[in-house]
Design a protein around this ligand. Structure first.
Ligand SMILES: Cc1cc2nc3c(=O)[nH]c(=O)nc-3n(C[C@H](O)[C@H](O)[C@H](O)COP(=O)(O)OP(=O)(O)OC[C@H]3O[C@@H](n4cnc5c(N)ncnc54)[C@H](O)[C@@H]3O)c2cc1C
Length: 453
């Protein structure tokens, strides 16, 4: 039981208006984007500076009050909501965006700044941010670091960890670590930013970061390739990064998913005939990338049809078929979301088998697949299953691990997959995780229900 005095102390740190306790105000902080995970909290705290975060965390550590850090609350693995009655520390007020350092190609941003805001700031100076994802206008710098978010351009620029030049954070002790100098070369010991990246709020709260930017590629071509079989689509998706130096995305969709998107949004089908599988490709460069993409596509086996976007508007329309998958699947009821990675040699087999694996466990379940095929990642979404029925999750993750894959490609472990961590990480690795957690969060208050089994 938390005393009233604790909430008074919180109010003394952040101001009364930033300690929310009215149930109506708490609602949007306690349920996740998928609708699958929902908890409760005695309060949402909204610190406005790193010093306030440090005081809040220090107080929580002293009083042994657990907390969940929260950014845009777009996480898909039940890590951003208070499932164990924790207080929520929202970082959205840490929204200071520094100016782009034009020569160095970098920017320092508060944890509450959205990915979309970083992208827009970079663009104004001829730079771009290497991370892009459909949740760009809600997902935050802090949240994408905490989850090491991947997204659409990993095959070109890497995931969020590859963009980090430095991080400022408050550890579970309340101590502030800050290394925002932004040097490209800085080989001075442990990579603290790298450790915080992917830690899902279990080690502390990220308050700001210095991010590297990438040159803006103004010439862009988007094409949708149709295939008669998913095997040939996957083979193409894996071959394209090698064949097209300017490739910035290669995304797999299946016929069933495209049909669902078209029906739900009233979109025209992309081709006169439906096809079994599709790969959405984007190439971007400072020169016209269309010829090299065309040459590569003409060498691919099994291409049944091709739609090339003549301009940005049509390019965005082709992207809509892929990006709308997540929101449209959500309209079928809270999905079980299993974002997995497979080695190239196991990807086609996984895509071929996973729907029947799910159907074998639950005949009423429907499986929807899409994903970043160029990185060997597949988003498996299963609908028609009760939120707390884990049987299909177990079956899918067993198939993944039997093929040498990872139970999380990019969304993280959260609360959804923590009991399966040992299928992907050895006992020695998990013990190293625990040792780190004990050192950085000795009171065990930072997101205690997440990541570690
Ligand atoms: C439509 C849609 C598309 C998506 N596409 C992708 C995709 O392509 N690739 C991908 O990787 N993800 C994707 N996601 C998932 C999600 O957007 C990412 O996980 C994102 O990184 C979460 O950012 P957030 O600010 O919303 O964090 P939240 O959801 O608020 O939090 C996520 C996790 O990070 C922790 N956290 C948040 N902020 C902090 C902080 N400042 N310090 C410490 N811990 C913190 C939370 O405790 C939680 O564990 C998608 C989600 C949606 C809804």
């Amino acid at each position: 039981v938390i005393s009233e005095g604790f909430f008074d102390q919180l109010a003394g740190i952040v101001g009364e208006g930033h300690v929310l306790r009215d149930p109506d105000l708490l609602a949007s902080y306690v349920g996740d984007w998928t609708g699958r995970f929902s908890g409760s909290t005695p309060a949402v705290v909204r610190p406005g500076s790193v010093d306030e975060v440090a005081e809040v965390v220090g107080l929580c550590a002293a009083e042994r009050v657990p907390l969940v850090p929260q950014g845009g609350n777009t996480g898909l693995v039940g890590g951003s909501v208070p499932l164990g009655g924790e207080i929520v520390v929202s970082v959205l007020r840490l929204d200071h965006l520094g100016s782009v350092e034009e020569e160095a190609g970098q920017i320092t941003a508060g944890a509450g700044v959205t990915v979309g805001a970083v992208q827009r700031a970079a663009k104004a100076y001829g730079w771009a941010y290497g991370v892009d994802l459909a949740s760009r206008d809600s997902a935050t710098v802090g949240g994408t670091i905490a989850t090491n978010a991947g997204g659409l351009h990993v095959l070109r620029y890497g995931a969020t960890r590859a963009q980090l030049l430095g991080v400022e954070a408050v550890l579970g002790t309340g101590a502030v670590i800050s290394h925002l100098g932004g040097l490209r070369k800085d080989n001075t010991g442990y990579d603290l930013a790298g450790l915080l990246c992917g830690s899902e709020g279990t080690l502390g709260i990220v308050t700001a970061a210095t991010l590297r930017l990438v040159p803006q590629a103004n010439e862009r071509v988007v094409a949708l390739l149709a295939f008669e079989t998913s095997d040939s689509a996957i083979a193409a998706g894996l071959a394209l990064p090698r064949l097209v130096p300017s490739l910035s995305a290669a995304e797999l969709c299946l016929g069933s998913g495209i049909q669902l998107v078209c029906d739900a949004l009233g979109l025209p089908p992309p081709f006169p005939q439906p096809h079994e599988a599709y790969v959405l490709v984007e190439a971007a460069a400072t020169y016209d990338p269309a010829p090299e993409l065309e040459t590569a596509v003409s060498s691919l086996a099994g291409v049944a049809d091709v739609a090339v976007a003549p301009d940005d508007l049509r390019g965005a329309a082709l992207w809509r078929y892929r990006e709308a998958h997540t929101e449209v699947i959500n309209t079928l009821g809270a999905p079980h979301k299993l974002d997995v990675a497979l080695p190239a040699r196991g990807l086609a087999r996984f895509v071929g088998e996973v729907s029947s694996t799910v159907a074998h466990v639950d005949r009423g379940a429907a499986t929807w697949l899409f994903g970043h095929v160029g990185d060997g990642a597949v988003h498996v979404n299963v609908t028609g299953v009760a939120p707390d029925d884990d049987r299909v999750d177990v079956a899918v993750l067993e198939l993944v691990t039997s093929l040498g894959g990872s139970i999380s490609a990019e969304h993280g472990i959260g609360s959804a997959k923590r009991q399966w961590l040992a299928r992907t990480r050895s006992q020695a690795e998990i013990e190293a995780f625990r040792a780190l957690k004990r050192a950085w969060d000795p009171a065990g208050i930072c997101n205690p229900g997440v990541l570690l089994p």
